[in-house]
Write a protein that binds this ligand. Sequence first.
Ligand SMILES: O=C(O)c1cc(=O)[nH]c(=O)n1[C@@H]1O[C@H](COP(=O)(O)O)[C@@H](O)[C@H]1O
Length: 273
Amino acid sequence: MTSAPPFAAAVTERTRRLQTRLCVGLDPRAGAYRDAAHLREHTLDVLEAAAPYAACLKPQLAFFEALGLPGFALLEEVCGAARTLGLPVILDGKRGDIGSTAQAYAQGWLTGAHAGDALTVNPFLGFGTLTPFVEAARANGGAVFVLVKTSNLDQADLQGQGVSERVAAEVARLGEEEQGEYASVGAVVGATHPGDLARFRSLMPRALLLLPGLGAQGAAAAELAPAFRPGGTGALASASRAVQYAQGLDVAASRAAARGLRDELNGALAPAR
Ligand SMILES: O=C(O)c1cc(=O)[nH]c(=O)n1[C@@H]1O[C@H](COP(=O)(O)O)[C@@H](O)[C@H]1O
């Protein structure tokens, strides 16, 4: 048995203290900027502006990788800034591979120079391939978020017919190996599937649920209450474009969007709390 996982404890403490269930995504699109310096400045400005309304930050690795080496430098800077602001970081990498390669991914993204506190992971290669990620997360006080039911419509091609439920059962089983209010093994469940949230909540009682799809993908905060446990913790609803590019590159609009989404999420929970 391991002790209470720091990422899960930290993000839950922040939710309670600041009353926010919002995960702010950073997906900096090169085409939106004049040059790399402009992208860097805006991305760091959005981070600082949205931080007071966020429970955690979720940089999408793809957008940083697309920038090449300067992207890795920026990612380190983003993670450093988030740490200074007290924001736990989920790296969205959706990694997954055979065990020995998974170990290298886990080392790079959960313990290396660019590491975040948590990483999204893909279970498609089999449950055993999650082990290096789970071990690295536990050893470092981090977390993993396993893809259970993704936000996109075509997830049904492969995630239907009980597959998501099997992954959810494995997430719950891994969580039972730990103590603490929430385990270091969480799950990704698209906010775009509001009718499924209560079921996944009960299938994974001690998993933090990451709910992407708020805003640009059409999910509405008002429908997400079933993902939370009594008291209003246990889920993090995520928005990227709806915050970073709320109104073009207007940082004040990003701040207002983050505040608005935080308030909408709290409003959705108000009757239950
Ligand atoms: O793991 C994720 O965060 C994720 C899972 C999922 O099922 N769907 C999904 O959109 N995401 C990520 O969440 C972000 C969504 O961006 P927006 O639609 O702009 O909020 C992107 O970085 C996606 O890669």
